[in-house]
Design a protein around this ligand. Structure first.
Ligand code: FAD
Ligand code: N01
Length: 556
């Protein structure tokens, strides 16, 4: 099957009962693994996916240059030994088409497609407290009743483009990196604008520059980026990983970010200037975001962080020939790593090309989009194509685009008015029987997401099994447990430098969005232990009702 066209092929469809145990929303890596686990449990379920194929992020983000920044050998499922032994990655950092192929392979290998209803968007989910069931509605006009609802909707799945005045008047083509056309876009010889310089833009810009006639990049905030230095996987490297997979995966599960690689135990301030420079140079030469683990304190100590930021700025000044452009590209106003660190393939070098220009929109704000292009400051720019690489309404946006109402009809939007509040990033008080996979309040976007996805799916499905065994019909995070978790999450976050940046982690990329640090930064390993302890204690911090839970309550 051609993964890039990736329309759902004709497959044997499962029965579509109007009443099921579980509804799953989303068929990215979270949803796919959920299907497998729910089948093993023998629960009845339905899965709705807005896209026409599987893969989520990797189905939607088909912009030129898209690729992973977690090493391929680690950005993959670990739940099946044969799968991880048999799948072959071509490069150290896999390109998007290959990751999408992998998602399709998993869907076919485990015959998952028959359980998914594609091109079906969930529009509403209302909890009926009397029946202890969710009523889930789709844009196909169907309503399904489910005991449990699992939101596998992704953290970076609500693309957003700023509402520049005049946008509708533009006569050329516009695209968002997060919703790139499946048939690709012919940019050859065209005058292209890219707005934004986040991870997506930084990956796309070098590729677009090679194809376009002229490229103008509109930058609001410069980003720190480390060369990815992706290269073909050697048979030796692959064999070494595959013969140690089980052990390495297990180690990764207990690390801070879910990756198996060396993390320094040294402070950047405890070594000589020469030694520090040597270590940074080594990391820069190896490539990839593991640069940030060169020293143990880069994320928590401003002075230590400054040494890394300064090193990266010096690399940029060396690479970019025009000093004024280099200065604009050198981030200075926030600590390195506190906005998601980028990994690139020739990003800074691209500005040495004669057909590429950088415009600082702080000095020259985009005033309007016109029929011919856009006006930034006093200058009118003509374009055939405008690419919005302007990111996502991250972590909460996708959930809040669904009309979710919990106990008593309270909307999730109201419950999260001051920012998302969850217990363990798994559930929100007032919304019983609704789980989130990698929700706000869990490590999610700060980790190798495959590790976090597997951990959440395993935890949730073990929980469903446990509830079923005891005939428990309702599970809800208590307010006390949620408040304590939110407080703990904030406490840990504010020990780091992260909250000092105007990042999407803080909701700062969306006007009016509450400024709270959304993911849990206490570490993947620590978090896993906490989740396991909660489960072992009979789901401590959750209120349970029905079946054995009622009997226990009556006996107390
Ligand atoms: P998603 O892949 O986002 O899937 C969610 C699915 O839910 C989507 O298919 C969507 O269509 C569907 N959906 C949402 N709402 C509805 C609805 N209302 N009704 C029906 N369907 C709905 N993570 C890493 O760890 N390493 C990386 O290198 C990395 N690179 C990334 C690169 C890009 C460009 C982006 C955007 C993200 C990247 N991520 C990376 C994060 C990535 O999102 C996760 O790694 C992972 O793919 C998330 O899987 P998921 O299934 O949880 O969510
Ligand atoms: O989005 P972003 P992204 N006017 O929000 C700018 C993952 N990912 O799609 O910084 C002008 O990071 C905005 O400027 P500023 C990864 O987790 C991973 O690039 O807000 N500009 C910024 O420059 C990543 O973090 C990979 O000042 C505006 C850019 O648009 C996440 O997805 C690859 C603007 C948006 O950057 C999101 O990345 C791709 C406006 N009104 C994505 N609004 C890997 O490599 C926004 N901008 C693994």
């Amino acid at each position: 099957m051609d993964a890039q066209t990736n329309d759902a092929p004709a497959v044997r469809q499962e029965a579509r009962p109007a009443q099921v145990d579980v509804v799953v929303v989303g068929a990215g890596f979270s949803g796919l693994y959920l299907i497998l686990k729910l089948r093993k449990l023998g629960l009845s379920f339905r899965v709705f996916e807005a896209g026409s194929g599987v893969g989520g992020t990797w189905y939607w983000n088909r912009y030129p240059g898209a690729r992973c920044d977690v090493e391929s050998m680690q950005y993959s499922y670990s739940f099946d030994e044969d799968l991880q032994q048999e799948w072959k990655w071509s490069e150290t950092f896999a390109p998007q088409p290959e990751i999408l192929d992998y998602a399709n392979h998993v869907a076919d290998r485990f015959d998952l497609r028959r359980s998914i209803e594609f091109e079906t968007r969930v529009t509403a989910a209302h909890y009926d407290a009397a029946a202890r069931r969710w009523r889930v509605e789709t844009d196909r006009g169907e309503a399904v009743s489910a005991r449990f609802c699992i939101m596998a909707t992704g953290c970076l799945s609500a693309p957003r483009a700023p509402e520049f005045p005049g946008l509708e008047s533009f006569r050329g083509e516009t695209y968002h990196t997060g919703a790139w056309p499946h048939e690709g876009v012919d940019l050859s010889g065209k005058r292209v604008a890219v707005i934004g310089t986040g991870s997506s833009a930084i990956q796309a810009i070098p590729v677009i520059a090679k194809e376009a006639g002229h490229l103008t990049v509109f930058q609001r905030t410069p980003n720190y980026s480390i060369p990815a230095r992706t290269k073909p996987l050697t048979p030796e490297y692959e064999a070494e990983w595959k013969s140690n997979y089980a052990e390495r995966r297990e180690i990764a599960r207990h690390t801070a970010v879910g990756n198996y690689y060396d993390r320094s135990k040294l402070s950047a301030l405890d070594v000589s200037d020469e030694e520090r420079e040597r270590i940074f140079k080594d990391r820069w030469a190896v490539g990839g975001t593991r640069f940030m683990t060169a020293f143990k304190d880069l994320a928590v100590n401003q002075a230590a962080n400054d040494t890394a930021a300064d090193f990266v700025r010096r690399q940029i000044r060396e690479i970019v020939k025009d000093p004024a452009t280099a200065e604009l590209l050198a981030a200075k106003d926030y600590p390195i790593g506190t906005k998601r660190i980028c990994a690139d393939s020739g990003y800074f070098e691209t500005y040495n090309r004669p057909n590429v220009r950088l415009v600082d929109i702080n000095a020259h704000p985009i005033r309007e989009i016109t029929a011919e292009g856009l006006v930034a400051g006093e200058e009118a720019h003509g374009f055939d194509v405008i690419v919005f690489a302007t990111g996502f309404d991250a972590m909460t946006g996708t959930l809040l685009r669904i009309d979710i109402r919990g106990r008593g009809g309270e909307t999730l939007a109201d419950a999260w008015e001051a920012g998302p509040r969850t217990y363990l990033g798994l559930m929100t008080a007032g919304f019983p029987n609704m789980f989130m996979i990698t929700g706000p309040g869990s490590p999610s976007v700060l980790s190798n997401m495959m590790v976090s996805i597997e951990q959440h799916v395993d935890w949730v499905t073990d929980c469903l099994d446990w509830l079923r065994d005891r005939g428990v019909e309702e599970m809800e995070a208590t307010l006390e447990a949620q408040d304590a978790w939110v407080e703990h999450g904030n406490e840990v976050a504010y020990k780091t430098l992260y909250p000092s940046a105007a990042s999407w982690y803080m909701g700062a990329n969306i006007e009016g969005k509450p400024r709270v640090f959304m993911p849990y930064i206490g570490g993947v390993g620590v978090y896993r232990e906490k989740c396991d302890a909660v489960a072992a204690a009979g789901y401590e911090g959750f209120r349970l009702a029905g079946g054995a839970a009622d009997k226990e309550a009556a006996a107390d």
